[in-house]
Design a protein around this ligand. Structure first.
Ligand code: SF4
Length: 233
């Protein structure tokens, strides 16, 4: 029997990135070893076997939420691409494709997993900025856009000027390689417990304008609507 470690399955409106506003079903994996210091879902880090659920149960929950109306799935985490998840993730993706779902996967920007990326419809690939204390290498990013720019976006959570400059530096590197760069979104950081960071948002918009506007600046709508600590929204 195929089992998966799943934190939650829920229906909500996409709150960030270029698909903002689209209703979809989120399948959130449990378990992540990447350790971004500003992670807003630290409750998903532990590979806790208590979250084990069968593939049949996952599909049943999805079909109940879908009602054959919402046919978009966003697979997120945690880190759904952790090697220990990949075998069961592949079975989930194949079953979803068999039932005609459109699949986005949220990729942490620390690894490329071709067997997964080739099957899904869309990849949201993180560029990890310095404030995360995790690194996305430029070479990995180049390899990613060489293979997947036609069906992806890059997302960078930006806290400050250093994050912006690091993101621009990676963008400039790709430009120098004549790479085809997909939509690249800056997500102004909105941390748990914070009030809406209007100043930070304005500064990031301004920096983007000052640097020739290479990026789209898209905040996390669900945090404005429900607050930065709300879950499953
Ligand atoms: S990869 Fe995602 S879940 Fe893992 S620590 Fe970073 S932000 Fe959190």
């Amino acid at each position: 029997m195929t089992t998966l470690l799943i934190n939650s399955i829920y229906r909500a409106t996409e709150g960030e990135g270029i698909h903002i506003g689209i209703p979809q079903i989120f399948v959130r994996f449990q378990g992540c070893h990447i350790g971004c210091v500003n992670c807003d879902s630290k409750e998903t880090w532990e590979f806790d076997p208590g979250f084990t659920i069968s593939l049949d149960e996952v599909m049943e929950k999805i079909e109940v939420l879908s009602q054959d109306v919402i046919k978009r799935i966003s697979i997120t985490g945690g880190d759904p691409l952790h090697p220990s998840h990949v075998p069961s993730l592949l079975k989930l993706i194949k079953e979803l494709k068999h039932r005609d779902y459109y699949i986005n996967i949220e990729a942490a920007g620390t690894r490329i997993v071709p067997e997964v990326f080739d099957l899904v419809d869309f990849i949201s690939f993180d560029f990890k900025t310095p404030s995360t204390e995790v690194k996305t290498s430029k070479d990995l990013l180049f390899k990613f856009v060489q293979n997947y720019s036609q069906k992806s976006q890059i997302k960078a959570v930006v806290s400050d000027k250093r994050d912006f400059e690091s993101t621009f530096d990676a963008y400039f590197f790709l430009k120098q390689q004549n790479a085809t760069i997909p939509h690249w979104c800056l997500t102004p950081c909105f941390e748990p417990g914070e009030h809406f960071p209007m100043m930070r948002f304005q500064q990031i918009v301004q920096m983007n304008e000052n640097f020739g506007m290479p990026f789209r600046v898209i905040g996390q709508q669900h945090k404005w609507v429900y607050g930065p600590d709300a879950r499953h929204v």
